[in-house]
Each structure stands twice: as C-alpha cells, then as structure tokens.
Design a protein around this ligand. Structure first.
Ligand SMILES: NC(=O)c1ccc[n+]([C@@H]2O[C@H](COP(=O)([O-])OP(=O)(O)OC[C@H]3O[C@@H](n4cnc5c(N)ncnc54)[C@H](O)[C@@H]3O)[C@@H](O)[C@H]2O)c1
Length: 334
C-alpha cells in the first residue's frame, strides 16, 4: 500500500515508518523536525520505499509535496504535533498551528486521495478527569484558558475538524486517543517522565520526582502501540474515537524505583515541587480497541529493558546536560 505519515521523524512516527516498511509498504513521510530528529530516520532513510520531505503540514510546501508525488495514498497517519509538557509554552504557536491548519491540510489531502485516515489524539483531551476511568464517551474536564490548553484544546480542535470532515465529506477517518507511550527513539531531552528518569539513572544523578510521586499513569510499550495504530487504521470505524494504551497503573515514585532497579543505577530519588497543572491520574477504558482484537503484550520491565538499551547507545554529554538541567526546573510529561 501507499502510506503517508505526517510526523514521521518523531518517536512514534519513526517506529511506525520502520514497521510499515518492514511489512512491505511504500511510505511517504513528512516532518519539520520541531520535536523529531533526523537520526530517527537513519536506519531506513536510504530505503527506496521511503520518500521523505522536510516540511510542516500547515504549509503550501506540504500540499505541493503531496500533489507532486502523482500517487494515490491508500492510508494517511497524522502524528504531526510538537510534544512534551514544557513545549506547551515553548512551542505553543507551533502546537496550535499543527492542530488547526496542519490538520485541515492533511484532511484535505485525505479527501482528495479518498484515503483511510487516522489521527493520533491524546488522553490529554480528557484534561483533569473527574471520573476514575475514562471511556471514549467521557467528554473531559479541560480548562480552555488553562496552562495546558495549547495542547489539550489543540487536540480537541483537531478532533472537531476530523468529525466535521467525516460528516460533511464522508471521510474515512478515525481518532485514536493515546495514553502514555514509551520505547526506543524517545528524545533524550524531551522531558517526558521515562526519558528523564532513564537519563538521570544512567548518569547516576538523582531522579527528580515531582511532589510525592503519587501521580498515576499507565505506560504502553511502543511496539504494542504501533500494532494498535495499524489495527485501528484497518478495522476501526470511520467517525469513531478509540482509547489506546495500557490500563496497568503505576505511580511516578514506583516508576522511578523500577528504573533505578532496571538500570542498576546508584541514583537516589529527590522530590521537587510539582506544577499546579500536573494531572493526578489517567486510566483508559480499552473495551472498544480490545473489541477490534488488540491488547498490549509487553510488560513494563521488558519494555523498560529494551528502552534502556536504546538510551545507552544514544546518550551523549550534550543530551545528558540538557535533560538533567532542564528536568530539575520543568515538569515531566503527564
Ligand atoms: N508519546 C506519547 O505518549 C503520546 C501520548 C499521546 C498522544 N501522542 C501523540 O502522538 C503523536 C506522536 O507523538 P510522539 O510521542 O512520537 O511525539 P514526537 O514529538 O516525537 O513526534 C511528533 C512529530 O511531529 C513533528 N511535527 C510537529 N509539528 C509538525 C508540523 N507542523 N508538520 C510536520 N511535522 C510536525 C515533530 O517534529 C515530531 O517529529 C503526536 O501527535 C502526539 O501528540 C503521543
């Protein structure tokens, strides 16, 4: 199949490109490297079935790249959006642009190509949930003028654009709401909790736990997640949203302890102030995606082992300094 991936140089996009190429597909990919890295494309950039353009999805260059290819895209994955909690402020303009004009442009291409379309939304669209578990019909608790709104409302607006296109143009589009994902190719300095803790542990610096570390998250290994994205693309119903992730909870303090153990690190744990906007807990209901035949298979200890090996290979002095200095002041990803 001919498949377009927007945001292909990112953590999930690069793992998805790799898998789709290995499955024998031809992949067209775009990324503007806002938070992605060219090194993530290294292992397959010379593959003749991989065609890459550096451009933002909100630009004319993106539309031109798509029309210049003179192929029909069968599937389009839209992952293009800056990530990382501190980037909600630092890359606020880019986030809002990707979620508005970017999503609009990709939907336009999907319509022109009559392609199946999948958008990676986020558990952040539920905001600070008032219910202990979140099913897809929970409408969330988001503050539109709150600190996290650039990302939370950005993703919500993208979802609205998609549903409008489904209703107006009968677009074959589905939404996947990702809960926390981890694995190889996460950027070392991207402030999310697992890369931050692993980097700190590998250089024997204290792991910075925010507050008492009682925040609860669920962590899904990227290979499981990719299988879920491909399955929902193929079997998911147009106009439906699907939660995707793990439903096994872990507190941030327990996660820090687990990573110290897995890295055999001499690090201690240090407790630092917690941001007001940090969410307490998130827990997906996974019935809809399980009904399609998906489940996660990789347990946390195995997934952490694979991720730690990957980090050991990539770690550099610059990345360590960046990750550690910044993570002391800024929030790990919720
Ligand atoms: N990793 C997670 O835990 C998680 C959780 C929820 C949702 N998501 C969503 O999944 C998608 C992929 O996330 P990720 O973890 O791989 O993050 P990432 O930051 O590694 O990847 C996002 C990619 O999109 C690119 N990008 C940003 N703006 C762009 C634009 N305007 N045009 C083209 N490319 C652009 C970035 O450079 C980057 O390569 C994102 O949409 C993110 O919001 C991820």
């Amino acid at each position: 199949m001919n498949i377009l991936i927007a945001g292909a140089a990112g953590f999930i996009g690069s793992n998805l490109s790799d898998k789709l190429l290995k499955d024998g597909h031809k992949v067209w990919a775009v990324d503007n490297f806002t938070t992605g890295k060219s090194e993530n494309l290294e292992s397959f950039k010379d593959n003749k079935n991989f065609i890459f353009a550096e451009c933002g999805v909100e630009t004319e260059d993106f539309l031109k790249f798509c029309s210049d290819q003179r192929v029909k895209f069968d599937q389009i994955f839209d992952l293009a959006c800056p990530t990382g909690v501190p980037n909600i402020e630092i890359l606020g303009d880019e986030m809002l642009e990707a979620c508005s004009n970017g999503t609009k442009n990709i939907l336009r291409v999907a319509h022109e190509h009559n392609a199946r379309f999948l958008f990676t939304s986020s558990s952040e669209i539920y905001g600070e949930p008032e219910v202990p578990v979140q099913s897809e019909n929970y409408t969330g608790n988001v503050d539109p003028i709150g600190w996290r709104a650039n990302y939370e409302e950005g993703k919500r607006f993208s979802e609205t654009l998609i549903m409008h296109a489904v209703r107006k143009h009968k677009l074959n589009a589905r939404i996947v709401r990702l809960f926390n994902v981890y694995g190889p190719n996460m950027a070392l300095g991207d402030f999310r909790v697992i890369p931050t803790f692993i980097t700190q542990a590998l250089v024997n610096k204290p792991l910075t736990v925010h507050g008492a570390g009682t925040q609860i998250r669920t962590m899904c290994f990227v290979d499981d997640l990719i299988n879920g994205l491909i399955l929902v693309m193929e079997k998911g119903i147009a106009g439906e949203a699907y939660n995707l992730g793990s439903d096994k909870a872990i507190s941030m303090l327990d996660l820090a302890k687990e990573i110290i153990l897995a890295t055999e690190s001499e690090s201690d744990i240090t407790f630092i102030p917690r941001a007001e906007h940090d969410h307490n807990s998130r827990m997906p209901v996974l019935d809809k995606v399980r009904a399609l035949g998906w489940d996660y298979k990789v347990d946390l200890r195995t997934g952490l082992g694979i991720t730690i090996d990957n980090f050991r290979k990539r770690i550099t002095a610059y990345d360590v300094k960046y990750s550690i200095d910044e993570s002391l002041q800024l929030q790990p990803q919720g």
